[in-house]
Each structure stands twice: as C-alpha cells, then as structure tokens.
Design a protein around this ligand. Sequence first.
Ligand code: ZN
Length: 137
Amino acid sequence: MIEGLHHIGVAVRSLTEALPQWTAGLGLRLEGVEEVPTERVRVAILWAGTTRIELLEPTSPESPIAKFLEKRGPGVHHLALKCGDTAAAIRVLVDAGAPLLDQAPRRGAHDTQVAFIHPKYLGGVLAELVQDPPEAH
Ligand code: ZN
C-alpha cells in the first residue's frame, strides 16, 4: 500500500527567511513555490537528491500550519507517504481502526490526492498519504 517516502513537510514562519539556508546553505534545488488555498499555505518544494522536502508557510492565522507554529514552533510537521491509491489506503486504514483526519482524498499541492492520519495513531507523527497525478513520474 505504501510505496515510499513522498516528502517531508517542515513548518516555517516565513519562506523568505527560511529558504536561503536550504538553498544557498545546504545547496538543495528549489523546484518552485505553490500556494494551496485549501490548506492556507504556501509550499516551497525542495529536492535533496531524489527526496522532496516541502517548506510550509501559513497564509492565514487560521491555517493548520499557523496553529502548529503557535503551539510547537518551526520544525518538522509531517511525513508524507506515497501510495498508488489514496482512497484504497483510507479504506484499509479505517478497517484497521486508524483515526483519519480526512475520510476521503482531497486535493493537495501539485495536483496530488492526499489524506492525513491523526498523529495519535503513529506516536505523535502526523502522516500524509499522497497519490501523485497520473501524468507524474
Ligand atoms: Zn505534505
């Protein structure tokens, strides 16, 4: 069901302030910045070799990322796991008794289908299931 790590999500207060350390400092490649209005975040997509890292900046105080920053400060926010079929993965997890934050897949950044698993299921780790769009590699 899980095919690998899709990306690691990192909460930042400001992309402008955070990006230079990841790009000029660490030397990661910035693929681009996308706004995801449904999540009220701006997402900077970085590549560490073949591993994707996403920096998440809130665009509203109501953003889940704004609430996370308020409670826990900047840092690792979630692990995203790649799956071929998010809807099927949700069904398997519901049957296993996993608490899901999304009962159906919804649109994530770059036209993905995503669903989040409550962190209480994985020892405090927020996990995101991600299904890439069909035309993606
Ligand atoms: Zn994510």
